[in-house]
Structure formats: structure tokens, C-alpha cells
Design a protein around this ligand. Structure first.
Ligand SMILES: [Zn+2]
Length: 499
């Protein structure tokens, strides 16, 4: 640590020295150590002023862009666990003793500065202790997510106050049997009210009803109480599939009102004991759906009718969500441009352009405030948006070589949002001419809403010096805005054609 203090001291005293700003890995207070993943190589980025300095990191020369920003991918020296960055101004120093000083037995130029950035690995959480509960036991779920294994993939999303029988526990997750040979796992912090009980009577479905209600086709299934269910959609052909778990079918009658606009018919099956599957065949591509429960335990699936669009995209309602905000900066660039800033700036241009085309817009965040992910989704849903676009800029995980093929990518979660992602991605590539990463199926909160086609856009990588420079250019927000407008228009036009 003496070495660090000495160097910091000299950096402050000599004003002819270049200034080095390391943005990532970030030194965290109070001990100013950076925490990184346990990887053999990692990236480091930031900037140097003046930009015509020569930068070396652990002895390796690193190029600076014209604005002084840099990005390097270097071996991680776990033996010494620090980065040493030295920047030397490009000036011709005479060999005069006044231009040099001694430090730790080496001669140092006065026009150079160094910083030492120590790092360590991110800590790994300790093992959880098994709770003192005997199984099976009746558990009340407070919403959350049920996974394929402890810490596994998201599989279904239990509604608040659903009661289910837990059959085991592992690594802080309770296990719930949803079908013979099939379990899901829910983190213990979503579980409460444990009651010794080995069985719970499965509800029987006798009837179902589909009717039109203010822009949605509503399917009602009386069950008497909440159960676990899984919903997913398919695109060829267009359908929504609901698996109701712990339920028995005696479904002899389904009524359809004459004014349905989206639901063609419902076909049921019982693929396993106490699992009832409802296949809802649609008249067109899915525009979204949502689930509610009535007080008396009716399962209500609302299927969104296609929005009424006048001409072009006039009449459409789009939710624009600038990612991050408040004390959540998001990713950060080498010259400290924050993702939250650029996301908000772009959102302004997107909203302006869409509104000028007759689109109604709901913006989840209009200033530098921190809004929770759930709140953003609620804002879009409650406003009745027909589409949701979350605006982001990318960064890489520790250990990834940043000099690979990275550019623009668009993320979706539900199959019915895939064509929307493809249309917007195509226009973003046209506008920015960056590497085309294609679209991703990706389990992201803002790609997961079901009430409307939802995508999350990662236009470029804020951590790349050249991408950050592009984001700071004057015409960048307008380029993104135009691409998003054209993407929305293309998507809507293609959807209309398929009707
Ligand atoms: Zn982001």
C-alpha cells in the first residue's frame, strides 16, 4: 500500500503529469479495491488526458483514441493482483536532473504519472442452512418465480397468495411437484405461512367462457382458488397454451360470444394426471395477454385484440423505457458517459419522432430518477400500450474479449415478440452500421411483459471507446429514433398484412 500512497502523492504534486481515469474495473470504497470475476483475462477501460500521452498497463502499451479513451484486454495477474497504469506525456524532456526524480530506487520522469489499482475476486455466498420443516407442507407463495432447479431457469411465475404443497428443500429453494415426474423450485424468500399438510384437493374444471371486453378477449375458467400455471405462446400456428397444475378436467362445455376478435377456439387436454392444458387458437398473430384472478378464484386470461391503427402507425400506443436512472448508472463508458444518460437522451428523440407520426407514447422515465423494473412494466400495461421498447446500451461480462464481434442486438422473450425484435434490429443495423449480432431470446425483465410485444434494444457498447464517441455525436439520438420508428412501422405493416 505504501507504493500506492507514494504514487498518488506524486500524481497530485506534479501538474505536468497526465491524468489517468480508470472507469473499469471500478475501485470500490472504502478500501478502493476493484472486485472482478475469477477470470484469466479481463478488460480494463477509461481515459487519459492529455490524449497524446503514452499509456502502459502492467508494462503493455495500450492505444488511446483521439479523445484519450482506451480499452484493453489483458491477462489477469492473480499473483500480484493489481493493475499498474503509467501514462507519459509526449514531450521532449531534456536530460536535466530537474525533469526526473527518484522513487523507490528508480528514476521517474516528471511528465509521467502512475496509478495502482488493486483487485480481488467477488466473494461467493456461504451455504444456507436447511429449515426445520418436515415435508410435505402447505406453502403460500408471494409471487416471484418458479425455476427448473435451485437457481435454474425461470419456468413459471406464481401469482401472489397461491397455495401449493412443498415436497422438499435444497440450497435455499423449496420444491413443488407440478406433475408426475416434474417439479419446480421457488426461492425461500418467496415462501411463507408453512402449514403441516400433505394434500390439497385439486379443483375440477367444469366449464369455460370466452367473451369480448374492451379490446381484449376474455377467457374465464372457474377454479375456486389460485393454482400454479404456465403460459406460453406459439407462432406457427398462432396459439396461447395454458397448463394448469393440480387441476382435473371435467370440461364439457365452453361458451363463445359472437364478438370475439382474437380467440378462435379452445381445445383442452390432460397431458398428465392433474395437469389440464388449454390450447387457445388465435385468429391472428398474438398481440399479448394477461392473467387475473377474480375474488372467487376464477382464472381469467385476457387476450389482446390487435390495436386499431388508422394509417401508417397513427393511433398506435408505444411505451418507451429508458433503462436505469437515479443512482443506477447502468453501464459506463471510458470517458464516463453513463448508460442512464444516453438512454434518456435517446428516449427524448424517439418520443418526439413517434408523436410527430401520430403515435401515443408513454415514457416510463422522463428524468434522472430510479424506477423499479416492475413499476416500468406496470406503467406500460396500465397505460394500455400496444408495444414496449426498453432502450439500453451494452457492456460485457468480466473475462469476455471485447475485440470480438460485438455491435447491435435486440432482445425478446416471448415468441410473439420475435418479429417485432427482428424489424427493429434490421433498422438499427441500417442506421448504425455496426456488427449485426441478430436477435436474442433473452430472459430480461423488460422483455418479459406479456401484455404487448416487448423488446429490449442494445444499440451499441458504451464501454467501447469508438462506440462511446459515436453515442456522444450530435446525430446519434436522431439516428436511433428514426430506426425505431421505421422498425415499428415495418412490424405493424407486416402484422396487418398477415391479418
Ligand atoms: Zn442497460
Amino acid at each position: 500500500m505504501n507504493k500506492i500512497l507514494l504514487l498518488l502523492l506524486f500524481s497530485a504534486v506534479l501538474n505536468a503529469q497526465p491524468h489517468i481515469d480508470v472507469v473499469y474495473p471500478r475501485a470500490m470504497p472504502p478500501d478502493t479495491i476493484a472486485y472482478i470475476d475469477d477470470v484469466n483475462e479481463n478488460f480494463i477501460f477509461g481515459s487519459v488526458t492529455p490524449p497524446n500521452s503514452v499509456l502502459r498497463i502492467n508494462g503493455i502499451k495500450v492505444e488511446l483514441l483521439e479523445n484519450g479513451s482506451f480499452l484493453a484486454f489483458l491477462p489477469v495477474d492473480w499473483e500480484n493482483s493489481y493493475y499498474e497504469l503509467t501514462a507519459t506525456a509526449v514531450t521532449s524532456l531534456s536530460i536535466d536532473s530537474a525533469n526526473f526524480y527518484w522513487q523507490s530506487n528508480v528514476i521517474v520522469r516528471k511528465d509521467s504519472s502512475s496509478i495502482i489499482l488493486p483487485f480481488t475476486t467477488r466473494s461467493i455466498k456461504g451455504k444456507a442452512e436447511q429449515p426445520d420443516i418436515s415435508f410435505p407442507t402447505l406453502v403460500t407463495l408471494n409471487g416471484g418465480v418458479a425455476r427448473t432447479a435451485p437457481n435454474g431457469a425461470y419456468y413459471l411465475f406464481p401469482d401472489k397468495d397461491t397455495q401449493v404443497i412443498a415436497t422438499g428443500w435444497r440450497d435455499n429453494y423449496y420444491r413443488f411437484r407440478i406433475a408426475p415426474q416434474q417439479s419446480v423450485w421457488v426461492a425461500s424468500y418467496y415462501c411463507s405461512k408453512f402449514e403441516a399438510q400433505s394434500d390439497i384437493l385439486p379443483p375440477v374444471i367444469w366449464e369455460a367462457q370466452a367473451e369480448q371486453k374492451q379490446g381484449w378477449d376474455e377467457l374465464k375458467v372457474p377454479l375456486g382458488r389460485k393454482v400454479l400455471y404456465r403460459i406460453y405462446d406459439e407462432t406457427f400456428p398462432n396459439k396461447i397454451i395454458v397448463d394448469l397444475f393440480g387441476v382435473i378436467s371435467h370440461l364439457d362445455k365452453i361458451s363463445y360470444s359472437s364478438d370475439l376478435r382474437s380467440v378462435w377456439d379452445i381445445v383442452w387436454s390432460q397431458p398428465a394426471d392433474e395437469v389440464v392444458r388449454l390450447e387457445i387458437n388465435l385468429m391472428h398473430s398474438c398481440w399479448g395477454y394477461k392473467v387475473d384472478w377474480s375474488e372467487d378464484g376464477q382464472f381469467i386470461l385476457s387476450v389482446k385484440n390487435p390495436p386499431e391503427i388508422l394509417w401508417g402507425i397513427k393511433g398506435l400506443h408505444v411505451a418507451i423505457d429508458p433503462g436505469h436512472g437515479g443512482d443506477k448508472d447502468g453501464a459506463i463508458g471510458p470517458t464516463r458517459l453513463t448508460e442512464k444518460e444516453i438512454n434518456l437522451k435517446i428516449a427524448g428523440s424517439v418520443v418526439e419522432l413517434l408523436e410527430s407520426k401520430g403515435v401515443q407514447v408513454t415514457q416510463t422515465r422522463t428524468d434522472d430518477s430510479d424506477i423499479g423494473l416492475k413499476k416500468r412494466i406496470h406503467l406500460a400495461e396500465n397505460a394500455g400500450a400496444d408495444l414496449l421498447i426498453s432502450l439500453h446500451h451494452n457492456a460485457l461480462a468480466d473475462g469476455t474479449n471485447p475485440f470480438g464481434d460485438f455491435g447491435t442486438g435486440t432482445h425478446y422473450y416471448h415468441p410473439f415478440s420475435r418479429d417485432f425484435a427482428i424489424s427493429v434490429q434490421r433498422e438499427l443495423i441500417q442506421a448504425l452500421m455496426l456488427h449485426d449480432e441478430g436477435v436474442y431470446y433473452n430472459n430480461l425483465a423488460l422483455a418479459r411483459p406479456t401484455a404487448m410485444p416487448s423488446i429490449l434494444v442494445e444499440s451499441a457498447y458504451i464501454m467501447f471507446p469508438d462506440h462511446e464517441m459515436m453515442m456522444l455525436s450530435e446525430d446519434y439520438p436522431a439516428k436511433i429514433a428514426k430506426a425505431i420508428y421505421l422498425g415499428v412501422k415495418e412490424f405493424v405493416t407486416l402484422r396487418k398484412k398477415s391479418l
